[in-house]
Design a protein around this ligand. Structure first.
Ligand SMILES: [Zn+2]
Length: 463
């Protein structure tokens, strides 16, 4: 089948493109909000009385959250995906994909899915970063001081439920009443553990007596991200990885069916972000800006897909904020001069001036200067840095190529329902609602759950 066409690339018309996207996004939110009451309830039993189907085995709600890393929206059209298709046809799907948070990287996004917070609020602002104030390096550390907010497994355990996680990024951080218990928290991440083993371990929890079955389970699959990075999203090996993920979903479905709980368990299948190739060899070299401003390499914490800069000013500089603003102005003057190769594909901001839709300023961990890099573009210091061709993500979450998938299947999800794209910070409330948990404060909307879920006490018709 035809592949999904990537979103508009390049920054040539960036501000306009961005404005229209913002309006579109606001529109989508408005539709999502108003759709809540008018959704096609006619397809579902109207009785508010809890009516478990005859084969109902579990008497409590159970959620299995599955993340397929780097599953770009549209990958499901690359090859036959009968198992994902089954979940879609019997469940609720974000029709044009799930919108990741910015930056569209693995750790920030998995933690946004788990906490309902934007990275500025849950603290994991990039996969790897240096705290501009303390100078400490975060590189997937497990020290709980980095991890702000309350992930679903903590909310569940705090309120007397049981939780299990398998390689979910950040789930091995000991926080509050969550101690990453042996047997119910598989960590640390080990790429060589076959996906089959991960799926089978999660399924085996359903063989426990019902009171012991984890109410919330989170499973992480590292494919097709690995192949997407190595070969780029259009490579046949990515298609193979997509087929493999679909097979794993089939394994989940069969395992649930074998245990007669397929209609009872809420399966949420999603991804953290998309993938784009950077093989067009469009590179922006920071040293090309030297006629306007010299940027030393030690100011730069990350080049791309997000340019993160923390200028080091001497003690004699009284107002570093003013100096940073000068740096931004000079860099943008250079980039828009037409004299810097690919300069039009990079726009630099003081973090406070970033577009609000990115929610990327309210944290002291975010460096003071952020550059938004065009889709698939690379930033390097100079031409001596080697440029290899690969797939990447982390870019503006406005780009369609950064989107992933969302499918919810189970008693509370509307059947055969398509919903507009939404941001993954909404997932926390959805899972909390299914499990009957009081959600911790988060950036999702409590009203949003109504656009995905049937009211409590009503269940979708099951076979
Ligand atoms: Zn990745």
């Amino acid at each position: 089948m035809a592949k999904n066409k990537p979103g508009r690339s390049g920054f040539t018309s960036y501000p306009w493109c961005r404005l229209s996207q913002t309006l579109l996004f606001l529109n989508v939110l408005a539709v999502a909000a108003t759709a809540t009451a008018t959704a096609d309830d006619s397809n579902f039993p109207s009785s508010p009385i809890w009516s478990p189907h005859p084969s109902k085995k579990l008497t409590k709600p159970v959620v299995l959250l599955i993340s397929s890393d780097g599953f770009r929206f549209g990958y499901q059209f690359k090859t036959e995906t009968p198992n994902i298709d089954l979940l879609i046809s019997r469940g609720t799907e974000a029709q044009t994909g799930l919108i990741p948070v910015f930056p569209t990287m693995t750790f920030p996004n998995h933690n946004s899915i788990a906490t309902g917070l934007y990275p500025a609020y849950h603290g994991i602002i990039m996969n790897k970063f240096t705290d501009p104030i303390t100078g400490e390096l975060f590189n997937r550390n497990l020290d709980p001081k980095w991890w702000l907010g309350e992930p679903l497994w903590v909310t569940a355990v705090n309120q007397g439920l049981k939780a299990a996680t398998y390689f979910w990024p950040g789930a091995d951080v000991h926080k509050g009443s969550w101690t990453c218990p042996k047997g119910f928290c598989k960590a640390p991440y080990n790429v060589s553990v076959p996906l089959e083993e991960r799926v089978d371990t999660i399924l085996s929890y359903l063989d426990l007596p019902e009171t012991e079955i984890p109410d919330f389970m989170a499973l992480y699959l590292d494919q097709p991200d690995i192949q997407g990075h190595e070969y780029g999203p259009d490579d046949p090996r990515v298609t193979e990885a997509v087929a493999k993920v679909d097979k794993m979903i089939g394994r989940v479905i069969n395992g649930l069916k074998k245990r007669k709980v397929f209609s009872d368990v809420h399966v949420v299948l999603l991804g953290d972000h998309g993938m784009v190739t950077n093989c067009d060899k469009k590179v922006i070299y920071i040293d090309d800006l030297a006629d306007w401003i010299k940027i030393p390499a030690d100011w730069i914490q990350a080049y791309s897909p997000v340019l993160a800069m923390n200028p080091r000013w001497g003690k004699d500089v009284k107002n570093p904020g003013e100096k940073n603003a000068e740096v931004v102005a000079k860099m943008n003057e250079a980039l828009s001069s037409g004299k810097v190769e690919n300069g039009e594909f990079l726009q630099v901001y003081l973090k406070e001036k970033l577009p609000e839709r990115l929610h990327y300023s309210e944290s002291s961990r975010i460096p003071p200067i952020i550059g938004m890099v065009g889709e698939g573009l690379i930033v390097r210091q100079n031409r001596t840095d080697a440029h290899e061709c690969y797939g990447d993500h982390g870019y503006d979450n406005m780009f369609f190529s950064m989107r992933s998938i969302f499918i919810g299947h189970g008693p509370r999800f509307r059947r055969g329902k398509k919903v507009p794209s939404f941001e993954n910070v909404q997932i926390y409330n959805v899972v909390a609602d299914i499990l009957g948990l009081r959600p911790a404060p988060n950036n999702g909307s409590s009203l949003f759950t109504r656009s995905l879920l049937l009211p409590f006490g009503e269940t979708a018709q099951v076979e």
